[in-house]
Design a protein around this ligand. Structure first.
Ligand SMILES: *Cc1c(COP(=O)(O)O)cnc(C)c1O
Length: 425
């Protein structure tokens, strides 16, 4: 038995399913999950010493690759001065200032410790600000695992064939309305009927948790217009797209400013950080200034703030978004050249440094457009790629992440590995 299997067995004895987050268990692709020992740049090394080119990148945070020297130096320096104060610190202010300067919706920022917490808190703030109860979400969009948002919530849940979760009372989701993406008519109907009781519409402006469902700008604009018209707030959940699609995230990319925005993943440089932000008069409704309660023992943690700050500064200093776009384009061109002629069952959907192998045909823009038979092909592709030294997400519905650490050879190597699979399958 290999080291990965041994550790998985030990893990399953004391950790439910052997994992701390479900998709890690390889349930959708089969086989034994890998236990990782260390990461270096674009590479990750498992418990058996096998080195892989990593296209998961911790599901998004590692836009600079594993263990980037500037981020590690910042973490070391901060940690030596103390790992937690439970009180304000300078880097928290610096990071908030930087987020404010970069993102069009972020007049004021509050830090939390995960994306889940960020969205959960923003929903409470929106209800407090509007005095309304109903919220609107879109099927296929994932906003973390808080009760009210576990409705048609994307990959982890799609992967396990569950529309929702046990343990969430019907009463808790009764105030969550659900619409398909990419459908202006459904928006019109909803807002005509419920617009005036709606506190918040929340959406991943670049849905990336159930495949990569790139939206038409007109649909996002319609959502902006209708929320405004009916006095509902709009939240862009930029936990993935924030600081990835560019310094101003999807909001700047589409030129649409939401009332509230949530961050996670990249904002912590690989440490557990989330944040929600928005217009000052909304954010000032939070305790201690206002009546909407929200708190956290480790929120604004000095080590995590230092890591996030180092990550964002490095992205800015190195003009990372240009080189990420170039790598994305390289991947796309190589796919067109080497894979497309082999008539594969998939197509490459790509925006910036995110990519996804979508089913063939018109690029899907709504969860309902995805066929149910994607996982079977994907499981075989996943394991074939692993054999060749490439680590992709262990689920057909998860996207791939490029980092500044990936070389051209890493990208072309991935495309060649895909091509070898398509050739022989
Ligand atoms: C990952 C993610 C979350 C949840 O963040 P966690 O840090 O895993 O709690 C929320 N929204 C989106 C869009 C995400 O991609």
């Amino acid at each position: 038995m290999g080291e990965n299997s041994e550790w998985y067995e030990r893990a399953r004895a004391v950790i439910p399913g052997g994992v701390s987050s479900p998709v890690r268990a390889f349930g959708a692709v089969g086989g034994t999950p890998l236990f990782f020992e260390r990461g270096e740049g674009a590479h990750i090394v498992d418990a058996e010493g096998k080195r892989l080119v990593d296209f998961v990148m911790s599901w998004g945070p590692l836009i600079l690759g594993h263990a980037h020297p500037r981020v590690i130096a910042a973490i070391e320096e901060a940690a030596r001065k103390g790992t937690s104060f439970g009180a304000p610190c300078k880097d928290e202010v610096r990071l908030a200032e930087l987020v404010h300067a970069l993102h069009p919706a972020a007049e004021k920022v509050r830090f939390v410790s995960s994306g889940t917490e960020a969205v959960m808190s923003a929903v409470r703030l929106a209800r407090g600000a509007t005095g309304r109860s109903r919220i609107l979400k879109f099927s296929g969009c994932y906003h973390g695992h808080s009760d009210a948002l576990l409705v048609a919530a994307g990959s982890g849940l799609v992967t396990f064939g569950k529309p929702s979760s046990e343990g969430v009372p019907q009463e808790f989701t009764a105030l969550t309305s659900l619409l398909p993406l990419d459908d202006e008519e459904a928006l019109e109907t909803f807002f005509a009927e419920h617009g005036d009781e709606c506190a918040l519409a929340l959406i991943e402006p670049l849905p990336a948790n159930n495949g990569l469902l790139v939206q038409r700008p007109a649909f996002l604009q319609k959502l902006r217009d209708l929320t405004q018209k009916h006095g509902a707030l709009l939240l862009f959940d930029e936990v993935i797209s924030g600081f990835r699609l560019g310094p101003g995230g999807a909001s700047a990319h589409y030129g649409i400013t939401p009332d509230l925005v949530t961050f996670g993943k990249i904002i912590g440089g690989g440490l557990p950080v989330g944040a929600f932000a928005g217009r000052a008069e909304l954010m000032d409704l939070l305790a201690p200034q206002g009546p909407v309660y929200q708190a956290g023992t480790l929120s604004g943690n000095p080590v995590a703030m230092a890591a996030g700050l180092a990550c964002l500064k490095t992205l800015l200093d190195t003009k990372a978004w240009d080189s990420l776009e170039q790598k994305g384009r390289l991947l796309e061109e190589a796919f067109a050249e080497r894979c497309a002629p082999l008539d594969p069952p998939v197509q490459l959907v790509r925006i910036g440094s995110l990519f996804w192998l979508a089913p063939r045909g018109p690029a899907p823009r709504a969860a309902e457009a995805l066929p149910p038979d994607l996982p079977e092909v994907y499981g075989r592709l996943f394991h074939a790629l692993l054999e060749q030294g490439y680590y992709m997400a262990p689920s057909a519905y998860e996207v791939g992440f490029l980092s500044t650490a990936h070389s051209e050879a890493d990208c072309l190597g991935l495309v060649d590995a895909w091509a070898r699979f398509f050739q022989t399958s």
